[in-house]
Design a binder for this molecule. Structure first.
Ligand code: ADP
Length: 191
């Protein structure tokens, strides 16, 4: 059983690294943003409830997000561990997650923060905007997502550092370089 939370600003490359970590550890990568986007493209009720918030770069309300995560963590494929990408994003969500995991009798193993400075993140998101045309990748919405990240998500790192769970990895360089740094963290945890 391995349980991992991936932290880092929008544009830090969490999605790419999440799938590599998940593959190496044989666990599912669970991205709340991906789940919302899939629901929006399928036109579900959940997607309908999330869309306006996402388009503005706001958080989807906890009343939608928390039960969705709780249900996802109880799916059979998460029984051997999971990697969470994009959740928790606030201290309130971190507390909800603590309670969900306590209910499931699961401990958190590692919280991995991918660190990338603001200028780099903005230039990566602008590039992604040209390639993927994500609705929330326009510059004003990106800037807002970054502000929200600094105000609400970054402080969570302290909460996990206080529990000795936080590992910080430099997210600059090539994708492979970042992956190598991340795997070194897991090697150290497993040793
Ligand atoms: P990024 O890391 O680039 O912000 P994500 O795919 O993780 O992209 O998230 C996209 C959007 O999905 C967020 O701006 C937010 O609206 C919504 N979202 C994702 N995860 C959460 C969460 N844990 N709580 C609330 N909203 C979320």
């Amino acid at each position: 059983m391995t349980t991992v939370i991936l932290l880092g600003p929008p544009g830090a490359g969490k999605g790419t690294q999440a799938s590599r970590i998940a593959q190496r550890l044989g666990i599912p990568a669970i991205s709340t943003g991906e789940i919302f986007r899939a629901n929006i493209s399928e036109g579900t009720e959940l997607g309908r409830r999330a869309q306006a918030f996402m388009d503005r770069g706001e958080f989807v309300p906890d009343s939608v997000t928390n039960p969705m995560v709780k249900a996802r963590l109880q799916a059979p494929d998460a029984a051997e561990g999971f990697l969470l990408d994009g959740y928790p994003r606030t201290l309130d969500q971190a507390h909800v997650l603590r309670d969900i995991l306590a209910d499931l009798g699961v401990d958190l193993d590692v919280v991995l923060e991918i660190e990338v400075d603001e200028d780099e993140v903005v230039s990566r998101m602008l590039k992604r905007a040209q390639e993927q045309h994500r609705a929330d990748d326009t510059e004003p919405v990106m800037r807002h997502r970054l502000e929200v990240y600094h105000a609400q998500t970054e402080p969570m790192a302290t909460y996990y550092a206080d529990q000795d769970l936080l590992a910080v990895v430099d997210g600059t360089g090539t994708i492979d370089e970042v992956t190598a740094r991340i795997f070194a963290v897991f090697d150290a945890v497993e040793a």
